[in-house]
Write a protein that binds this ligand. Structure first.
Ligand code: NAP
Ligand code: G4F
Length: 319
């Protein structure tokens, strides 16, 4: 039975990846960091089927120890300070975890067993102020946030360990992917939750930042399958994963409020507090390589994704 270690198993992607790998017959070990109020909300339903281990990307010793103990065949590094907006106010922490944390994990793998296959969660945020439209694997990076800079560092370290030590280290440059399990601070979930609260009379308005930013949004459940497929190839590599479509935050609002019979113009208030020091205006993937080499296609359309998130929040909040 193959064994996968997932860092960040408690996060949105970690929970979908754990489900996916359990279905494929993997033994799944999940790394969680210590917290005074541990919240397993996203993986509660999996706790009998997975092993949870304590560790932290800050802590080299804990990474070495858990690799020694559990001897995984594949490591999926999903842990990160992943919220772009906070990366300006916690720039050093973001560099430590999202950047240097990856080197600590790569080093631990190199010492314990360099044959372990490694997946790094790279990000379309690395393209930042885009130098090409759409963005593909060869598009130069121009990160626009401490988060984006940390991800570029981690991405290149992954490639360096591949080229220097012959390690099977692959990098998925994933565009935004969302779900009913998305953290509340991200714009899509903030909108689905906010629109439903307004519909139910629990809120009067929704305060957002830049409505014109455009993203390539897909469904997280589809994207974890692409991560796994990257580690099943003969050779490691880097792959762009996205839908190839771009939509604005405004369009997301229009559909989310629309499916509740509301006009977002009546409720959405633009608030300077949610603008960023530097914006990424437009992201849209060219996923041709993922399509041809991984045989990967998204299964959920933009409209279906918005409806799925609104409907899940309606179920949760109307209880
Ligand atoms: P997420 O929901 O924010 O999950 C991140 C996870 O990392 C959380 O479980 C968090 O633990 C854990 N973590 C944070 N700091 C840690 C540390 N010092 N040591 C160990 N674990 C730590 O993010 P996601 O949306 O699932 O994304 C997964 C990965 O893909 C991230 O690396 C993200 O940057 C990257 N990515 C995401 C997207 C996207 O659109 N979702 C796109 C491209 C790349 P707690 O649960 O304790 O907070
Ligand atoms: O939902 P967001 O916070 O996601 P962002 O910054 O694109 O980052 C996400 O996707 C990346 C992949 O490209 C990941 F690497 C990263 O970990 C994360 O998962 O913001 C999306 C857009 C931005 O342009 C932002 O300025 O929405 C705009 N926005 C407008 N009003 C807002 C808000 N974003 C948030 N979070 N909150 C607002 O009120």
């Amino acid at each position: 039975m193959p064994t996968a270690l997932i860092t960040g198993i408690n996060g949105q992607d970690g929970s979908y990846l754990a489900e996916n790998l359990l279905q494929k017959g993997y033994r799944v070990v999940g790394l969680v960091r210590r917290s005074s109020t541990q919240n397993y909300e996203r993986i509660q339903h999996l706790l009998d089927d997975i092993s949870i281990v304590q560790g932290d990307l800050h802590d080299q010793g804990s990474l070495l120890a858990l690799l020694e103990e559990h001897q995984p065949t594949e490591v999926f590094n999903l842990a990160a300070q992943s919220f772009v907006a906070v990366s300006w106010s916690q720039a050093v922490l973001t560099g430590e975890v999202t950047g240097l944390g990856v080197t600590r994990l790569l080093e631990a793998i190199r010492y314990v067993n360099p044959k372990i296959k490694f997946y790094q969660a790279s990000s379309s945020e690395m393209f930042g102020k885009v130098l090409e439209v759409p963005q593909k694997e060869s598009t130069p990076f121009y990160p626009r946030s401490p988060y984006g800079v940390a991800k570029v560092y981690a991405h290149w370290m992954t490639i360096n360990y591949r080229e220097s030590f012959g390690m099977f280290a692959s990098s998925g440059i994933l565009f935004n992917h969302e779900s009913p399990r998305r953290g509340m601070e991200f714009v899509t979930r903030k909108i689905s939750d906010g629109a439903v609260r307004i519909k139910l009379g629990q809120a009067k308005e929704l305060r957002l930042g830049n409505l014109e930013a455009r993203r390539d949004w897909g469904f997280a459940g589809d994207y974890v399958e692409a991560m796994w497929r990257m580690l099943q190839l003969e050779q490691p590599g880097s792959f762009v994963v996205g839908t190839g479509e771009t939509h604005s935050v405004r369009e997301f609002c229009e559909i989310a409020f629309g499916c509740l019979g509301l006009d977002y113009n009546d409720y959405v208030v633009q608030d300077e507090r949610y603008y960023r020091p530097a914006e990424v205006d437009l992201l849209v993937a060219d996923p041709s390589l993922a399509r041809s080499v991984l045989g990967w296609e998204p299964s959920v359309t933009f409209q279906d994704l918005v409806e799925m998130m609104v409907s899940a929040d309606m179920q949760r909040l109307s209880k």
